[in-house]
Design a binder for this molecule. Structure first.
Ligand code: NAD
Length: 321
């Protein structure tokens, strides 16, 4: 069995590798070759933690496995990121455990890759202003990946905790782009693409604040009860997702479906657009919304690449197991 420690991941895998792996596995889902198993996610009644498993199998790449871990909100005071996870890959022919891979950086990179894929396929080509809602750990990864997809000329941002926004200003500065903090009314009025990546449990962005033609990537809602945008925005947008079953249960769509103002038949998997089965955006005025719930197949696809690269670079630790 191979171990690829968390400390090696940053030197092994690039954001571009992650983008390619995530784009490919979304397409594999559309070909009905890859599927996720039901998610387990539980409040364990200790350390305010949410712990769970996400697992799946891709018959095209033979990536089989699971990500175990979750969200420990008090970790920052311990010098740790609050998302902690490990990815286990299994040999699809024998069931033997093939690798354990540090999952923390991979989670951030694969989540950023998902919204970047949605921007590639759904945002207007001429998108110039990128709006960020949220400034936590994931947000910088989101911003960096999104900036690769269009010729953005400005980054605008809002966060519930304004003191955290310097993290995004730094990324914008690194990319040579102007950065401005706005309220949500103005952020919606100026942005061509909006990414939300918060741990909010109440709607932040209102339907009336989003202008025609905007692409919105809702990336923070990955659990029952979380919510970043008004259900009315979901109802008025053309909605795409990584996986419909997750979108209606733990994703942003859960609220609009519960309210009966949208239904799962109206939601399109992004893999269908990647594989050419769905045309994606239909007009310059359409609001597109990507509900990025975070699926096991993203983790397995990126971890598989990390294992191959670790073998090539000689940094995979082999143990008898
Ligand atoms: P973080 O704790 O570092 O940051 C939390 C963010 O949410 C900050 O911007 C904070 O200001 C904001 N926030 C906190 N309380 C809020 C409130 N009451 N109202 C509005 N905003 C509030 O977390 P992170 O690692 O950046 O993750 C952000 C979110 O993304 C989490 O909900 C996490 O579970 C989710 N996530 C989703 C995926 C996916 O695949 N979809 C993957 C990883 C993380």
């Amino acid at each position: 069995m191979l171990i690829v420690p968390e400390r090696e991941i940053a030197n092994l895998i690039t954001a571009a590798d992650c983008f390619t792996a995530v784009e490919r596995v979304f397409a594999s889902m559309a070909n009905k070759a890859a599927y996720n198993f039901p998610v387990i996610r539980e409040a364990i009644g200790h350390a305010d933690a949410l712990y769970g498993f996400k697992s799946g199998f891709d018959r095209e790449s033979l990536a089989l496995g699971l990500k175990a871990g979750g969200f420990w909100p008090n970790n920052v005071s311990k010098g740790l990121t609050n998302h902690q996870s490990t990815i286990f890959l299994f040999d699809a022919d024998t069931g033997k455990c093939r690798a354990a891979v540090g999952g923390n950086l991979i989670t951030a990179l694969r989540t950023a890759a998902a919204s970047a894929v949605s921007i590639k396929y759904l945002a207007r080509q001429e998108a110039k202003v990128l709006g960020m809602i949220g400034a936590g750990h994931q947000s910088a990864f989101q911003l960096r990946a999104a900036l690769q997809q269009r010729q953005f000329e400005k980054v605008v941002a809002w966060n519930f905790h304004p003191e955290m926004l310097s993290r995004l200003e730094q990324v914008a500065n690194d990319e040579g782009l102007p950065f401005e903090v706005l309220d949500l009314e103005r952020l919606g009025a100026e942005s061509d693409v909006i990414i939300s990546i918060t741990s909010s449990f109440a709607p932040l962005l209102k339907a009336s604040q989003v202008r025609p033609g905007t692409h919105v990537a809702c990336m923070g809602t990955d659990t029952k009860g979380k919510q970043e945008v008004e259900p009315e925005l979901v109802a008025m947008a053309t909605v795409f997702t990584d996986e419909i079953a997750q979108a209606v249960t733990i994703g942003e769509c859960q609220h609009a479906v519960e309210r009966g103002i949208t239904n799962k038949e109206a939601i399109i998997e992004i893999g269908a657009v990647i594989s050419g089965k769905h045309p994606g955006r239909s007009s310059a005025d359409e609001i597109t919304l990507f509900d990025g719930t975070g699926i096991a197949l993203q983790d397995l696809a990126v971890a598989s690449v990390a294992v191959e690269l670790a073998l090539v670079k000689g940094v995979a630790i082999e143990i008898d197991f």
